[in-house]
Design a binder for this molecule. Structure first.
Ligand SMILES: *Cc1c(COP(=O)(O)O)cnc(C)c1O
Length: 407
């Protein structure tokens, strides 16, 4: 396990700095690239002022009229060849949607990839990746635990015909086979916040695509493509949407893989609703501010939890972030039953603070032995820190933790 006991002294660099994140020099070596903060509010909106618009329009069309069916046939042929987004109108909603495309453009910009493809949920996004590789005869997946419970389940149950080998990071290279289509990792991982060296892992993958689930870190704290991940996956349901009211997934990647993902999305139908695309684009504009503010509060809660005798262990990434995990000496179910301001609910990344018991909920579907073996203990609680005042949150957690027992 690469988790560490939070001491409250070494809280990484991500939290609460309030400074902009430089996205690096432009590809041509000339113009300086805009910072992440600026991209978050402008990317995907470049054409609006020219159109005399401020808020992006929501295009709810399911179909797009055309009097030129020869041209439509050519656009469909082009899509069937390489999955390129059709020039001009999208033909039909399952081929693409202009409002969703704005979100995809913006997320690709933030993750530093050529493209991004959005889906109806994080699980739909992961399914599409597995289908792309499986259709090429590359059904074997190498993965590192822990993963989000349902990602683990999808692989373990082989629901999409894949076969998984679970390894430690050091075992990745040896586990690769001629039919290995994907290496799958999460860092920081759900729910233990274990961190991986993505650059080293990308190196051990050789030519096999590395998929890094970046849901917990967000591009504000970490851009896995810069470290060699070919695919960056988000449950956009979490921080990207940010308000607990949109379910979505997205894969940021190179344009070649994006084309395959669009073809799978077209054929299997896991499309994102345009209203969700609108809400996600709006969510991105406050992402850097939300992540930094919540991370600063999380860092303070980590200090207090780590010093509390009712808490056995605190997990917090060196990277920072707004997710905290901690193990209690007492009954974790009593903590869940005791919160009043904090919401006892699965999911994460919203403006309000959520707490849940992974062994009961988010990771229930993982067999108990596998769950415990990957560090998800029965006394572990996962806290998604929101934007409330830290003193109000601490008061609620302090009460929910129960009487201070002498040790
Ligand atoms: C929630 C989650 C998922 C699944 O996303 P959905 O949008 O719920 O389908 C995948 N990975 C991680 C790390 C998650 O937290």
């Amino acid at each position: 396990m690469r988790t560490r006991t939070g001491t409250g002294t070494d809280l990484g660099t991500g939290a609460g700095t309030g400074t902009g994140t430089d996205l690096g020099a432009g590809a041509g070596g000339g113009a300086r690239r805009r910072s992440l903060d600026t991209e978050a509010v402008h990317a995907g909106r470049d054409d609006l002022a020219r159109q005399g618009l401020h808020a992006p329009p929501i295009d709810l069309s399911t179909t797009y009229p055309s009097y030129d069916s020869r041209a439509e046939a050519a656009r469909i042929d082009a899509f069937a060849t390489d999955g390129a987004e059709p020039d001009g109108p999208p033909v039909y909603g399952r081929l693409g949607n202009p409002t969703v495309a704005r979100f995809e453009t913006a997320l690709a910009r933030l993750e530093g990839t050529q493209s991004a493809v959005a889906f109806a949920s994080g699980m739909a996004a992961l399914s599409a990746v597995l289908l792309v590789r499986g259709a090429m005869g590359l059904r074997h997946v190498v993965a590192v635990r822990p993963l989000y419970g349902c990602s683990d389940h999808l692989l373990t149950a082989g629901l999409l015909g894949s076969e998984v080998t679970w390894v430690d990071p050091a075992g990745i290279a040896d586990a690769l086979r001629p039919d290995t289509g994907l290496v799958l990792v999460e860092s920081p991982a759900n729910p233990t916040l274990a961190e991986l060296d993505l650059r080293a892992i990308a190196h051990s993958c050789g030519s096999v695509p590395l998929l890094a689930d970046n849901t917990f870190a967000t591009p504000v704290l970490q851009r896995p493509a810069e470290q060699g991940a070919r695919l960056v996956l988000h449950s956009a349901t979490k921080y990207l949407g940010g308000h607990g009211d949109v379910m979505a997934g997205v894969v940021a990647c190179d344009e070649e893989f994006a084309g395959r993902l669009r073809q799978v999305r077209f054929a299997t139908g896991g499309v994102l609703h345009p209203l969700a695309g609108y809400l996600l684009l709006r969510g991105l504009s406050t992402l850097p501010v939300r992540v930094r503010a919540a991370s600063a509060t999380a860092a303070e809660l980590v200090r207090r939890l780590a010093a509390d005798p009712r808490v056995a262990r605190v997990h917090y990434p060196r990277l920072g972030g707004a997710m905290v995990a901690f193990e209690v000496h007492g009954d974790p179910h009593e903590v869940i039953a005791g919160v009043r301001l904090v919401t006892p609910a699965v999911s994460l990344g919203s403006v309000d603070t959520l707490i849940q018991h992974p062994a009961s909920i988010s990771h229930r579907i993982v067999a108990a032995g596998d769950r415990r073996g990957s560090g998800v203990g029965d006394r572990l609680l996962r806290l998604s820190v929101g934007l409330e005042d830290v003193e109000d949150l601490w008061q609620d957690l302090d009460a929910a933790l129960g009487a201070r027992r002498p040790r």
